[in-house]
Design a protein around this ligand. Structure first.
Ligand SMILES: [Cu+2]
Length: 548
């Protein structure tokens, strides 16, 4: 089946000049559908704001050693500390990723983003609860040479957060080229637990990429990739291929971030050990939870207790992505299998990284029984307990919609206008093919008799997982239900959800309905919500809340 390959357009992101975006069919198509983005002038420093931490962040082309041999041309956020405690910035493995930012709750932060890229750029602080003008809205995208000054207080509790571009219709390509970084926030409550720290706390940033023979990034945006989101042929951890980390035979804390464009992982230890979960997107759980595996979609984070006590020097434990179904449409899965190819299929079974015991020790901390009570919103606080606001996802070959509309700036519908200071109940669900709230169940599923393309039926094409990310304050997940779905597929993922913590991103699997409760405190203004499958986001699967 070489046809699909012929249809797909391989864009090599090798050069230091622009080009990737201009050549991208996604951008061209989306531009026609959504029109140009409005622009507001960049924000300057406020003389009345006195920062505890001040960072200069330069977005610029760079080179990185990712594979053996030739370096790879990338784009990178390079951070430099102007003011603040030692240890605020750490370089991750000399990779293309930005320096890891280590902040504390309550700190006042000023970040000066300088755009030295050949195209527009703006950065978003994923998971952080910040004022609208510090949220990296695409309306503030910087032209080359411009600077944007973010000023905000760190209001989040301890947790692992994430920064990446949110440039209009260019988030996917810019993240893919390398623009991303982690933010670890600490607080006094977490300090008191004495969790593994220093060399025993390992950030793990998961991404997938495809390279050509010259070690340059290839961004494949054919029809198939646009629908399911980019799936790279190799896994990178902290910007390196074939990642192996030496450890001692004791407990570690793994801070895992899925910074991939679209790939969902089913994290599982290769020796069958359960995964001991300490926390999720918005920090620690009340108590550790033990899972056979954990689903981790783009934008989500996981805090893991990994205890290598008793393991012999020289032994290795591997974190894999275990096989699962329903991340991409069934038909796409079949096509992937039929076409073979060199890649890692979505939902496939492959190793992610290895931990090799290099030193034996008997000195290890014990797993705390209690962690930290997450300040979860409660249903009694909801302004709309009996009338949840909808977040209806619909995906068609040429239109990625939420609540029936593609992204447009300043286009909030009534259901997207949120009174400041309220807590709102939402239901996120699939709404296919413009069939209103009928859902798929009424159409009858089953692929029998359906042709490959035209006659295949929108429903089968479209039923896939979408990681939905809401900017602003963290939310609670109240429940997840499967509507007339394929129980067999769902059984491959459903034991990998963590329901108890504070979240900012939740994958909504094929024909799943998810209820969440989200507070809108502190800040009025425009905040985005969108699919964190970045190809979907750039195709318009994004909307805005106007809070006020
Ligand atoms: Cu999506």
């Amino acid at each position: 089946m070489p046809k699909e390959k012929a249809l797909s357009r391989r864009v090599v992101l090798g050069g230091l000049a622009a080009g990737g975006l201009a050549a991208s069919p996604i951008a061209a198509r989306a531009m026609r559908a959504m029109g140009p983005m409005k622009r507001l002038p960049p924000r300057w420093a406020s003389p009345s704001f006195s920062p505890d931490v001040e960072i200069e962040l330069v977005a610029a082309p760079a080179r990185a050693q990712i594979l053996a041999g030739a370096p790879t041309n990338v784009w990178r956020y390079a951070a430099r500390l102007i003011k603040g405690p030692e240890g605020t910035l750490t370089r991750l493995n000399d990779s293309y990723l930005a320096e890891l930012l280590r902040l504390r709750t309550g700190q006042k932060l000023r970040i000066m983003l300088r755009n030295q890229l050949p195209e527009q750029n703006i950065a978003h602080w994923h998971g952080l609860h910040v004022p609208a003008e510090a949220d990296g809205h695409p309306v503030y995208a910087l032209d080359p040479g411009e600077t944007y000054v973010y000023e905000f207080e760190v209001r989040n509790r301890a947790g692992f957060y994430f920064f990446h571009p949110h440039t209009h219709e260019a988030t996917a390509t810019q993240v893919y080229r390398g623009l991303a970084g982690g933010i670890i926030v600490n607080d006094a409550q977490e300090d008191a637990l004495g969790l593994p720290s220093g060399e025993y706390e390992l950030p793990i940033v998961l991404q997938d990429r495809t390279f050509n023979d010259d070690n340059q990034l290839v961004y494949d945006v054919g029809m198939h990739e646009r629908m399911i989101g980019f799936q790279g042929e190799r896994i990178l951890v902290n910007g390196k291929a074939d990642f192996v980390q030496d450890v001692a035979s004791r407990a570690y804390r793994l801070r895992i971030l899925n910074a991939s464009n679209a790939r969902i992982y089913k994290l599982a230890w290769d020796d069958g050990s359960p995964i001991v979960v300490l926390g999720v997107d918005g920090g620690l759980l009340e108590a550790p939870e033990t899972k056979p595996y954990v689903m981790l979609a783009p934008g989500e984070r996981l805090d893991v207790w990994a205890d290598f006590s008793g393991r012999k020097s020289g032994s290795t434990i591997v974190m894999r992505s275990a096989p699962f179904a329903g991340a991409v449409p069934r038909m796409a899965e079949r096509m992937q299998r039929m076409m073979g190819g060199s890649g890692l299929p979505a939902g496939g079974d492959f190793p992610l990284f290895a931990l090799r015991v290099a030193r034996e020790t008997s000195d290890s901390p014990a797993l705390p029984k209690r962690l930290s009570k997450p300040p979860l919103p409660r249903l009694e606080e909801a302004a709309n307990p009996n009338a949840p606001r909808p977040i209806a996802i619909s995906e068609m070959p040429m239109a990625m919609l939420i609540n029936g509309r593609p992204y447009a700036y300043d286009d909030a519908m009534e259901i997207e206008k949120i009174p400041l200071g309220t807590t709102q109940l939402f239901e996120i669900f699939h709404q296919h093919g413009g069939m209103g709230h009928m859902g798929m169940g009424h159409m009858g599923m089953g692929m029998g008799g359906m042709g490959m393309m035209g006659g295949m039926g929108m429903e089968a094409m479209m039923s896939m997982a979408h990681p939905i990310h809401l900017h602003g304050q963290q939310f609670a997940i109240l429940g997840r239900t499967l509507e007339m779905g394929d129980e067999e597929d769902y059984a491959t993922v459903k034991d990998g959800f963590i329901m108890s913590g504070l979240k900012d991103t939740v994958p909504v699997f094929s024909r799943e309905r998810v209820r969440i409760l989200k507070p809108f405190g502190d800040y009025a203004g425009t905040f985005m919500y969108h699919c964190h499958n970045l190809e979907h986001e750039d195709m318009g699967m994004m909307r805005e809340f106007v809070v006020g």
